[in-house]
Design a protein around this ligand. Structure first.
Ligand code: GLP
Length: 249
C-alpha cells in the first residue's frame, strides 16, 4: 500500500532522465516564472543541472525570476570554500543557467551561530511562500539532504553530525581526502522538506537500488529517512534501470 502516493518512472538511462526532467522544469518555470525551487547537491543531479544550463544558453529557458533554496551545507567552511555546496551549485548550475546571487538562498556554514542560522533559513523559506518543487537525491544509507538515519528525525532545519559513509561519499569535493570533509553540516529537516508542494527524487546507478527499494516498499522509519516521502502525497521518483532493479513493478 505504501507506494500509493509515489509515482515511479524508469528511464532508459540517466541522460534521458536528465534531459526529460530539465525540459519539464523549464516548461513549469515558463508557465509560472516565480517558482520557488528546492535544490540538491551530489553527483546525481549534475547532468540535470548541465541540461538546464544548456536550455538557458540556447534561449529555451529563462530562470531569471525563480528563487532557489538548497537543502544543506557543510558546517565550518565559508560559502566561498572550494568544497562547499554553494561552490558546487555555482559551478554546476547557477553560473550556467544565469541564476543570480540575489535569487539564491543557502545555509551559511560559517555563520556565527548555527541555531540562529537554521531559524533564519526556515523563516526565509516561509517568507518566500514555501517551496513549489523540491528536487532530491538519496544517499546510499537512505539519507535525504543531510538527514541521516537514526532513532529520530528533526523536523526543522538543524545542525547534524555526518556519518563516516556520508563523509566518504562527499570526499570528491575535497580532493578525495576524507579527513578534509567537515564532520558536521546544516540541513533542512524532514518536516521542512515534506512541506514542499511537489517533490521529485532522482536516483541512478546500482548503488542506489537497495535504498530505493526500501524507500518504495519498506516501512516508514527514521532508520531510512527517505521512507518519510511515502507520507507526502505528491512525490515522483525518477530512476534509471540500475537504480530500479529491485523495485517490483
Ligand atoms: C549528499 C547530499 C545529498 C545527496 C546525497 C547523494 O550527501 N547531502 O543531498 O542526495 O549525498 O549524493 P550522490 O548523488 O552523489 O549519490
Amino acid at each position: 500500500m505504501s507506494d500509493l502516493y509515489l509515482t515511479i518512472t524508469v528511464f532508459r538511462d540517466e541522460r534521458v532522465l536528465a534531459r526529460t526532467l530539465a525540459e519539464r522544469i523549464a516548461s513549469a518555470v515558463a508557465e509560472r516564472p516565480r517558482q520557488v525551487l528546492g535544490l540538491a547537491t551530489g553527483r546525481t543531479p549534475v547532468r540535470l543541472y548541465h541540461e538546464l544550463g544548456t536550455l538557458h544558453a540556447r534561449g529555451s529557458a529563462d530562470f531569471s525570476r525563480i528563487t532557489t533554496f538548497n537543502l544543506d551545507e557543510f558546517w565550518g567552511i565559508p560559502p566561498s570554500a572550494p568544497g562547499s555546496y554553494r561552490a558546487f551549485m555555482e559551478e554546476h548550475l547557477f553560473r550556467r543557467a544565469g541564476i543570480q546571487a540575489d535569487q539564491v538562498n543557502f545555509l551559511n556554514g560559517a555563520a556565527p551561530d548555527a541555531d540562529a542560522e537554521c531559524d533564519r533559513y526556515d523563516n526565509a523559506i516561509a517568507a518566500a511562500g514555501g517551496i513549489d518543487l523540491q528536487l532530491l537525491g538519496i544517499g546510499t544509507n537512505g539519507h535525504i539532504g543531510f538527514n541521516e538515519p537514526g532513532r529520530e528525525l528533526a523536523s526543522r532545519t538543524h545542525r547534524v553530525v555526518l556519518k563516516e559513509s556520508t563523509r566518504r561519499s562527499n570526499a570528491g569535493l575535497f580532493g578525495g581526502d576524507v579527513s578534509r570533509v567537515p564532520k558536521e553540516a546544516l540541513s533542512m529537516g524532514m518536516g521542512s522538506i515534506l512541506r514542499a508542494r511537489r517533490i521529485v527524487l532522482i536516483a541512478t546507478g546500482k548503488s542506489k537500488a537497495k535504498c530505493v527499494e526500501r524507500l518504495v516498499s519498506g516501512p516508514v522509519t527514521p532508520k531510512l529517512p527517505a521512507s518519510f516521502l511515502q507520507l507526502h502525497g505528491a512525490v515522483e521518483i525518477l530512476l534509471d534501470g540500475a537504480a530500479a532493479q529491485s523495485v517490483n513493478s
